[in-house]
Design a protein around this ligand. Structure first.
Ligand code: SR1
Ligand code: MG
Length: 397
């Protein structure tokens, strides 16, 4: 049995229910069920449901190691504090786009939050062939608002520096530094890919231009404390229906570059596009790529005009150069994400689930080519449509 001031212990389905009752978040009843539904790489997620009241609750608990690897990879519990603090901060600007937090406990590394089980994980839905017509409107709005308002453009620079401290997240950033920005570009032990991809992987490791640009992108990730980024905005971090979207799981949040989340979201749209059979089925994903950027720009511009505290914000050309830089960096980050989801440690189910082995390898090679192209050309990209234009030749190569 857990107590409210407990030192850390791993929850079970029954102790998660006991905790929820003790916290007054759910009433004791014979109609309660609890299921551990975590399918991510790092945490337990308990779904508690009162079948009589038809009321649900999520209790998420960080494990002291990476579930995807096992106990040999210890991981800080502090990420639970970061996650709940990030959700609360994001809800100041986009409350309708994140789950409500009811309780958090740093000792137990627990966050109790809104049950979103009426929605589905976007990656799963996309793999099943579904479409989410408002996905890019909502993600673009989320990014436009949260990235603008937590940056120096809207937060007093002294207060922003306190946020930089509060959201310093060395262990989770270390995962990204290694798994996204380093290991996939070398013959590292953490890499994981089919033997048929070895030739393509070796070509990538020998490509000096890719190496130089990946090094630049890693440096930007390491040093640009611009805004509070989500830090892991792939399609598995988004719940949605046809009308609603909720962005979850900001345990990787930290002060990083504006383009990081945009790049990751776009890369994951392309990964799903690569799993589709034809251009007709890919079109809505390409539309989302263009629209998430357009919506981000629109929302960010409105906030800039209305609420910027930066003296230089009177300059339209400063806004333009800011967007140009963000899109270029987002493109480079998208390239790194495509590469790592193909040959790195944590794959994208979109490609792994392609049933025909021949086609799976073919599409993974295309993902590597697209990733490489984005990395090499990130300085040259001018519009989001340029990204879509780079897709077709990569797939046909
Ligand atoms: C060891 S964690 C592997 C990956 O899972 C998370 O969702 C992040 O994307 C991380 O890189
Ligand atoms: Mg996650």
């Amino acid at each position: 049995m857990v107590t409210l001031t407990a030192s850390y212990e791993e929850l079970t389905e029954s102790s998660a229910v006991a905790l929820a009752i003790r916290l007054g978040l759910i009433q004791k009843s014979s109609h309660l069920t609890c299921t551990e539904i975590g399918d991510g790489n790092l945490n337990y997620v308990f779904h508690i449901f009162d079948h009589k009241q038809e009321k649900g609750l999520i209790i998420k608990q960080a494990l002291p190691y990476a579930k995807v690897v096992g106990e040999s990879w210890p991981l800080t519990l502090d990420r639970a504090r970061i996650e709940s603090a990030a959700l609360i901060k994001q809800s100041e600007y986009a409350p309708h786009l994140v789950p409500a937090v009811y309780y958090s406990d740093t000792a137990l590394a627990v966050t109790a939050m809104e049950d979103l089980s009426h929605l589905e994980i976007v990656r799963k839905g996309l793999i099943a062939g579904k479409q989410y017509p408002h996905l890019s409107d909502h993600v673009g709005e989320f990014l436009g608002k949260t990235l603008f308002y937590t940056s120096d453009f809207a937060t007093d620079p002294k207060i922003k520096k306190q946020f930089v401290k509060q959201f310093t997240n060395p262990d989770l950033c270390d995962i990204t530094e290694k798994l996204v920005f380093t290991d996939p570009f070398f013959n590292s032990e953490t890499n994981d890919f089919e033997e048929e991809l070895r030739e393509s992987a070796e070509a990538l490791w020998a490509d000096l231009d890719v190496q130089a640009k990946a090094a630049e992108l890693k440096r930007i990730f390491l040093t640009s404390a611009e805004t509070l980024v989500h830090g892991d905005l792939h399609t598995g971090s988004i719940f949605a229906s046809e009308t609603e979207t909720k962005i979850i799981d900001p345990e990787f949040a930290f002060y990083g570059p504006f383009g990081f989340d945009i790049g990751h979201f776009i890369a994951n749209l392309f990964l799903n596009a690569l799993s589709r059979e034809n251009e007709h089925e890919q079109q809505h994903l390409f539309d989302h790529v263009v629209n998430v950027w357009a919506t981000f720009k629109e929302v960010f511009t409105k906030a800039w005009k209305e609420d910027s505290i930066e003296a230089f914000s009177v300059s339209d050309s400063f806004l333009e150069t800011t967007f140009n830089r963000i899109l270029k960096e987002a493109t480079g980050f998208a390239g790194c994400e495509l590469v790592r989801r193909t040959i790195g440690l944590a794959h994208a189910a979109d490609l792994d689930a392609i049933p025909s082995p021949t086609r799976r390898i073919q599409q993974k090679k295309a993902a590597l080519t697209l990733g490489k192209t984005f990395i090499k050309q990130y300085h040259a990209v001018e519009t989001a449509s340029d990204l879509v234009a780079l897709f077709q030749p990569s797939v046909k190569e």
